[in-house]
Design a protein around this ligand. Structure first.
Ligand code: OXD
Ligand code: MN
Length: 601
């Protein structure tokens, strides 16, 4: 078969990296016949192509050029103000039965949803260019690596996908010509960015994603939440591995002993900051390195879990990022970065709430309006983002491309909780750890549309990202545990506990190293702990708090467990499990009973 339409738009040698796999060509042909684009652009991911697309995007005001002295090769994009976050109410898992999608996903019958989406996509790319993006998730030689193709009519998506994935020829090579090879089909069209016609749909059985009506990252960079987590978690269960909403970091002691930990926190709870942590001066000689900041794919080898980061870049929340909170992120986003929905200063630099230094006396806010420090509106949207290559990170781990992955010593769960949950505690064993993950909760943030600050249960930080029945997902965790002879130890952390005056009790950021150090000590069998009803708790002297300016009362408070609060918490766990309608494995219901019984001992 020939290409569906002649590519007349790009100059010759650009945008003509046609795949050779017939299954891909047939699919592109079908989508082009449906959407009727003016051109087809076969992305190869080259530097030349990128420069061409940036120039086009500048011409069409998709991007704004920033001050190249201050932020070289970096650009600002302003999204439609109605389109600034993931939209969970418009996100669907379309499986043959509702049970397969489970109680936590919006479900639609696949043929009905396909029909609706085909209706919306009909002629949707008239007068537009259809871009075909081949991409690879995972290091080039990893058994976990997956190939995807995203069709999109958005240049912004192409430019971001080039940062976030391994894009172009490398993916075509990995796929090869086998017509039965596994690959993900992703279709995205902006349509008219109308919230009424916004759907992000997953068809796990078909390894297919269709997203329409949005231009916002989490809804349209289909490699990320859609493939690496929702479809990924479905594939992981059927194929015996794990796809998790987890950062992965390495911790190396001054003596050169290294551990890797993976941590699941809900969106906008500091995963990027933790993944790039710089130890405080007291921890001289300790090094923290980043494997990934958002997603971990893990497989079992020799009875242990090994993790890879499937992504190639970071799509992080900007507000609050500063040299105080995250110096490595500041260095990473100092060049070659696409900013979305931050403020533009009069000298074409970027600004956001929480950036170091004084606020500019005038700027243009994320909506394109004049802004001064007196303005009521925020200059940067609370969910404004940076997209930056992981190679910009000065603390990138040297094994980030290792196909086998890095061995995981500890898994950390955590959330934003003003009360109840102590700074850190350790599960008694794997199944108890699965219970900690399954009952995790966090106060909601701006990463998803909706109310901010409401406590919601977010099991393993996967509530918006688990592509199948959450009960089976819990069972998958329990089953993985049975196959591990040296399972990672499991912990729960809470950097966000507040005191009576509503002040944060823990300084956070780099000081989280003190908690990480205790976790590593536990992995090495050297850290002390007290047995409590909820798990192993450090006493204040088990944590290295030397040279930390913190009130002893705060330490006692943040490590404390209040029996009344926990009675309420356990009741909430029961309400949550009950709300899932009988899908929760018995082992987890038993774990809850056991915690309750320990409080009575
Ligand atoms: C993200 C999210 O963008 O979790 O990583 O929302
Ligand atoms: Mn995330």
């Amino acid at each position: 078969m020939t290409n569906p339409a002649p590519a007349i738009f790009p100059p010759s040698g650009i945008g003509d990296a046609t795949p050779t796999n017939q299954a891909v060509l047939d699919w592109v042909h079908d989508i082009a016949a449906l959407t009727e684009p003016e051109n087809i652009f076969w992305c190869d991911g080259s530097e030349r192509e990128n420069e061409f697309l940036i120039a086009e995007s500048l011409n069409q005001n998709v991007l704004i050029k920033l001050n190249q002295q201050k932020v070289p090769r970096s650009y600002l994009h302003r999204s439609n103000p109605n389109d600034v976050a993931r939209v969970e109410q418009c996100t669907f898992v379309c499986t043959p039965t509702k049970e397969e999608a489970g109680p936590t996903n919006n479900w639609s019958e696949p043929s009905e949803m396909y029909a609706k989406l085909r209706g919306l996509l009909k002629g949707a790319m008239r007068g537009r260019t259809l871009f075909v993006i081949p991409y690879m998730m995972g290091p080039s030689d990893s058994p976990l690596t997956k190939v995807g193709f995203e069709i999109t009519d958005s240049k912004y998506v192409v430019l971001n996908m080039r940062i976030m994935t391994r894009m172009g020829e490398i993916a075509l090579k990995r796929l090869g010509n086998d017509p039965n090879a596994e690959w993900n089909r992703g279709v995205h069209s902006l349509l008219d960015i109308n919230p009424e016609r916004r759907f992000i749909c997953h068809f796990p059985q078909d390894n297919t994603i269709i997203s329409v009506g949005s231009g916002y990252g989490g809804n349209v960079l289909l490699s990320k939440k859609c493939l690496a987590l929702r479809i990924g978690s479905y594939l992981a269960r059927t194929q015996g591995w794990m796809a998790e909403h987890m950062l992965i970091l390495g911790v190396e002691s001054p003596e050169g002993r290294k551990h890797y930990v993976a941590a699941a926190f809900p969106s906008a709870c500091g995963k990027t900051n933790f993944a790039m942590l710089i130890p405080p001066a007291h921890f001289k000689g300790w090094k923290v390195t980043t494997v990934g900041d958002d997603i971990g794919w893990m497989q079992i080898r020799d009875g242990r879990l090994y993790a890879v980061n499937p992504e190639n870049g970071y799509f992080g929340v900007v507000p609050g990022t500063s040299y105080k909170s995250n110096p490595n992120a500041m260095k990473s986003i100092a060049h070659d970065t696409i900013y979305t929905n931050v403020a533009l200063t009069d000298d074409d630099d970027v600004w956001w709430e929480g950036k170091d230094g004084p606020a500019p006396s005038h700027a243009v806010d994320w909506r394109g309006n004049d802004w001064t420090p007196e303005s009521k509106a925020k200059a940067a949207h609370p969910n404004s983002r940076f997209t930056t290559p992981m190679r910009n990170n000065p603390a990138l781990d040297s094994d980030v491309e290792k196909g086998d992955g890095v061995p995981i010593s500890a898994i950390i769960f955590g959330g934003r909780r003003s009360d109840t949950v102590p700074l850190v505690y350790q599960a008694f064993d794997w199944n108890h750890g699965v219970y900690l993950g399954a009952t995790m909760a966090s106060e909601t943030t701006a990463a998803a549309a909706g109310t901010v600050g409401k406590v919601r249960r977010d099991p393993m930080a996967m509530l918006p990202f688990c592509g199948y029945n959450i009960g089976q997902y819990f069972q998958h965790w329990l089953d993985i545990g049975k196959r591990l002879s040296s399972p990672p130890l499991i912990f729960n952390v809470n950097w966000f506990r507040k005191g009576v005056k509503s002040q944060f009790l823990w300084p956070g950021f780099g000081e989280n190293m003190r908690v990480l150090k205790w976790i590593i000590d536990r992995c090495e069998g050297t850290g002390g702990a007290l047995k409590s009803p909820i798990g192993w708790l450090p006493s204040p002297h088990d944590l290295d708090l030397a040279e930390l300016d913190i009130d002893h009362k705060c330490v006692a408070e943040i490590l404390g467990i209040d029996h009344e609060e926990w009675a309420k918490e356990l009741a909430e766990h029961k309400i949550f499990f009950d709300s899932l309608g009988g899908v929760v494995p018995k082992q987890l219901l038993d774990q809850r009973e056991r915690v309750a019984a320990r409080f009575k001992e």
